[in-house]
Design a protein around this ligand. Structure first.
Ligand code: AHR
Length: 493
């Protein structure tokens, strides 16, 4: 199978934010997963788990979205600031009906971002909040001088502004965020955007709540009505093996049909970003609007025996392939996709990390983000893959999927997925960028499609160095095992 890399053509720079994450007040993501509190016997720094934060730090997470999700449109930020003992409780009506005591709020989240070295992306409450409340949150976070909200922030122990750059205007306004028609949401979005001010030279980025999958009409209306007041429109698309939300399919022990159905549905992301992108460009000829895929990933039936409202699921090699395909697609469409946030970081949906008490494991998806991190901020370069079709039932999908980028120092990162669950893929990679003296190294993640890590076998699925890479002038060869992802690094000479 031939892959051609053409460094002379590029869709642009891969925005590092494409490698963003999402952490909601949902199940055991924030509480237990990230936050255990300063008095916990679990080793922590300022209440945040050292093991989890340490592992996540290695991924160079550029941006983290919080506090939801559906939770965001029930969240009142003032409940989560000030002395912890005085914080009000609310019921997390979307996720399990548990009591949220707000011990993790704005300051604790910003401490998490500090420890991770990432930007914050706040989703503001439009569904059940007010314009004033949202506008006050921006002032609280970003006002450097004297003002009622800046003074309140100082009273709560923080002198300098947090300078939060990314602000989501509601979440899923067509659903849990208010069940609105696009026209109504677009008008509200304009109104909210008017009062979300810049408090310094750093322009805040306003992201409108976008469509559910292929609801193109939603994107068109938001862009046409509110486009001039915002910077980006979001898109949510989850991969479910079965279309029935009550029987989505199991995370482990799935059939071959479900494996291929999952990959086929993942590949739809290309069509979605292309079409939503086309609509944004048409409505916005000056090209300032970007697409933010701020929720994506697999969504399976919850692990048997766990709270159905907590969305806890295992993570297999199949998830690794889903992550790799989506990231390849985002890289290749970096001319329109300016941010993406996998759902979710810890213990919820397609997580990087799973925890159980004091224990933690890294999922196959974690390893993909690690293997792909070199794409962040690099220049996407054109690739062509000669594929064959894999058939299952009455449809077929290509067996190979690729993206590539060139970093400032001239190194090329080529990430390749072999979707076949049975056949190895002998690769011949051709490029003028591969000189006779080029050094090519590779990292490989492979296994049976249903393989996963457990707390007793946390390294059952882990990356290994690729062997058998043969470099010649303008080409190299290597073999990808069935169900695998490889990241090749090409140092030109
Ligand atoms: O990620 C879980 C939920 O999925 C989010 O809260 C919501 O935005 C989406 O429906």
């Amino acid at each position: 199978m031939r892959i051609i890399i053409n460094p002379n053509r590029s869709a642009g720079t891969i925005n590092p934010n494409i490698y963003g994450h999402f952490a909601e007040h949902l199940g055991r993501c924030v509480y237990e997963g990230l936050w255990v509190g300063p008095d916990s016997p679990i080793p922590n720094e300022n209440g945040l788990r050292r093991d989890v934060v340490g592992a996540l730090k290695k991924l160079n997470i550029p941006v983290l979205r919080w506090p939801g999700g559906c939770f965001a449109d029930t969240y009142h930020w003032r409940d989560g600031v000030g002395p912890v003992e005085d914080r009000k409780t609310i019921v997390n009506t979307n996720w399990g009906g548990v009591t949220e005591d707000n011990r993790f709020g704005t300051h604790e989240f910003m401490e998490l971002c500090r420890q991770l070295g990432c930007q914050a992306y706040f989703s503001g409450n439009v569904g059940s909040g007010t314009v004033q409340e949202f506008s006050d949150w921006v002032e609280y976070c970003n006002m450097p001088g004297k003002s009622p909200m800046a003074d309140l922030r100082r009273q709560n122990g923080r002198e300098e502004p947090f300078n939060v750059r990314y602000w989501g205007i509601g979440n899923e306004a067509w659903g849990c965020g208010g069940n609105m028609r696009p026209e109504r949401y677009a008008d509200l979005c304009l109104q909210y955007a008017t009062y979300l001010r810049d408090y310094s030279d750093a322009h805040i980025v306003k992201i409108a709540s976008g469509s559910n999958g292929e609801d193109y009409e939603w994107t068109r209306k938001i862009a046409e009505i509110a486009g001039r007041a915002i910077d980006a429109v979001s898109l949510h698309y989850y991969t479910l093996p079965n279309d029935d939300w009550h029987h989505k399919g199991a995370a482990t022990g799935f059939s071959r049909e479900e494996y291929y159905a999952t990959l086929k549905k993942t590949l739809r992301m290309k069509e979605l970003v292309t079409e939503h992108g086309r609509i944004l460009r048409k409505a916005d000829p000056d090209g300032h609007l970007g697409l933010v895929v701020d929720e994506w990933g697999t969504w399976f039936d919850v692990e048997p025996g766990t709270n159905p409202g907590f969305l806890y699921q295992q993570n297999t090699m199949r998830d690794a392939l889903v992550a790799a395909l989506n990231l390849n697609i985002f890289n290749n469409h970096c001319d329109i996709v300016v941010m993406a946030n996998i759902a979710q970081t810890v213990n919820v949906l397609q997580a990087m990390v799973l925890t159980e008490g004091t224990r933690m494991l890294l999922t196959p998806t974690y390893h993909i983000f690690d293997m792909y991190k070199g794409h962040q901020g690099a220049r996407q370069v054109e690739t062509y893959a000669e594929t064959k079709l894999l058939s299952c039932g009455d449809w077929s999908i290509p067996d190979i999927h690729v993206s590539a980028s060139e970093s400032e120092n001239g190194r090329i990162l080529l990430t390749v997925v072999n979707l076949s669950d049975t056949d190895d893929a002998p690769l011949e990679v051709l490029s003028d960028a591969i000189g006779a003296g080029a050094a090519v190294t590779g990292t490989l993640l492979t296994g049976k499609s249903g393989d996963y890590n457990t707390f007793d076998r946390p390294d059952a699925v882990k990356p290994v160095a690729m062997t058998g890479i043969r470099v010649e002038d303008k080409r190299f060869t290597a073999t990808l095992p069935a169900c695998s992802v490889a990241a090749f690094e090409i140092a030109r000479e």
